[in-house]
Structures are given as C-alpha cells and as structure tokens.
Design a protein around this ligand. Structure first.
Ligand SMILES: O=P(O)(O)OC[C@H]1O[C@H](OP(=O)(O)OP(=O)(O)O)[C@H](O)[C@@H]1O
Ligand code: HPA
Length: 185
C-alpha cells in the first residue's frame, strides 16, 4: 500500500512529545553508567535488535568505556503495523555465544514478546548471562509475563503509540530526536 506522506508529516507535527532530546540524553547517560557498573569486566557481546535498536546502539555504545564486541540480529513483530503479531526472525545471531555475557539493545519493551523470544534464543545458544537494555518501557499490564522489565531502562512511557529514537510510525520517524506519541493513539 502506498504511504500517504502528508499523513506521515502531520503525525510528526501533531504528536505529543513525551520526552525531549535533553531528557533522552540524560536517560542515556544514566543507562550507560548502570551498564558500565554491571558489565565493565565481563567482555560482553552486545546485540542490537534491528531496526529499532539502531539509534540506542549508536548513542549508547560510545558511552561504554570498556571492551565489548558488537553484533546485530533482526527480529520483527510489527512491520509497519501498529499492532504486533507473530515474531518474524530475519537474521539470527551468528557468533559463538557459549559462556559469553550478552547484552541486547532495543528501542522499546512494549508487550515484551520480542525481547522474551530473543533472550530465550540467546540463552539456548549457551550464553552464560543475557541482559537487556531498552530506551523505553511502555507502562501497561499486557506484558509477556507479569512484571516483565529489562535489566536497564531509559524512560518509562505512557501506553500510547510512540515514535522517535528508533521507534517508527508506519516505517517513518525513527530519526525523531525525542520520544513522541501519535495524536489520538
Ligand atoms: O515488546 P513488543 O510488543 O514485542 O514490541 C517491541 C518490539 O517492536 C518493535 O520492533 P518491530 O517489530 O516494530 O520492528 P522494528 O525494530 O523494525 O521497528 C521494537 O523495535 C521492539 O523490537
Ligand atoms: O509504540 C510503539 N511504537 C513503535 N514501535 C513499537 N513497537 C512496539 N510498540 C511500539
């Protein structure tokens, strides 16, 4: 289906800003300090969940002042839709993870099915320890299991449809510098 670019532009103009760029920066600095305190001596393999985790990875990795390796995996549950369905693995992790500490970076923990499946997969691959960091944690009671949370969270956000900082609205506005909620959603 062709994208209505006027609607995409309107969505950005009319959105509510839930966290501006300064707030996001402060959250990234805090997360980086927490990750450093916990993982600095663990030689972690850091996996970015494409596509949404791209911005978090690009912004937080330079703030981690210790040795680590970087890789990516690609799993998607939403595509351009506003509701998640079955997880579609596009690229599975390829490195040897036996005995490794693994940190997974993603933009958002919404219902958590994506992260849950990824963490399970990485553990089954033999990782010694698997941790997750997300920029946004959506607050609601529809998690994959009650009380689900990442090990490191940037900002708790309202139960609305969000974009910015890696999160997309119909494939657009991952590049928006803060976290925004689509008007009416
Ligand atoms: O917690 P959940 O309800 O499972 O949703 C969170 C996932 O959804 C988004 O990915 P999406 O499937 O939209 O793919 P994308 O990363 O390419 O945007 C986001 O990047 C997370 O990976
Ligand atoms: O609110 C959201 N916005 C963008 N992508 C998402 N993936 C899960 N929830 C969201």
């Amino acid at each position: 289906m062709p994208v209505d670019m006027d609607e995409i532009i309107r969505a950005r103009e009319e959105a509510d800003c839930l966290a501006d760029a300064t707030t996001v920066d402060a959250a990234l600095a805090r997360m980086a300090a927490e990750i450093t305190a916990q993982l600095a001596g663990s030689n972690p393999m850091v996996y970015t969940v494409m596509n949404g985790g791209l911005i978090l990875a690009g912004r937080i990795l330079p703030r981690l002042p210790f040795p680590l390796e970087v890789s990516y995996l690609h799993a998607t549950r939403y595509g351009h839709a506003l509701k998640g369905t079955q997880l579609d693995w596009r690229v599975r992790p390829t490195s040897d993870l036996r005995g490794r500490t693994v940190l997974v970076l993603d933009d958002i923990l919404d219902e958590g099915h994506t992260l849950h499946a990824i963490l399970q997969y990485l553990r089954a691959e033999g990782a010694k320890e698997v941790l997750a960091a997300v920029l946004a944690h959506k607050v609601h009671d529809r998690k994959a299991y009650p009380g689900m949370r990442a090990d490191f969270t940037g900002i708790d956000v309202a139960d609305r449809f969000l974009f910015g900082c890696g999160m997309d609205y119909k494939g657009y506005w991952r590049n928006a510098p803060g976290i925004y909620a689509v008007k009416g959603l």
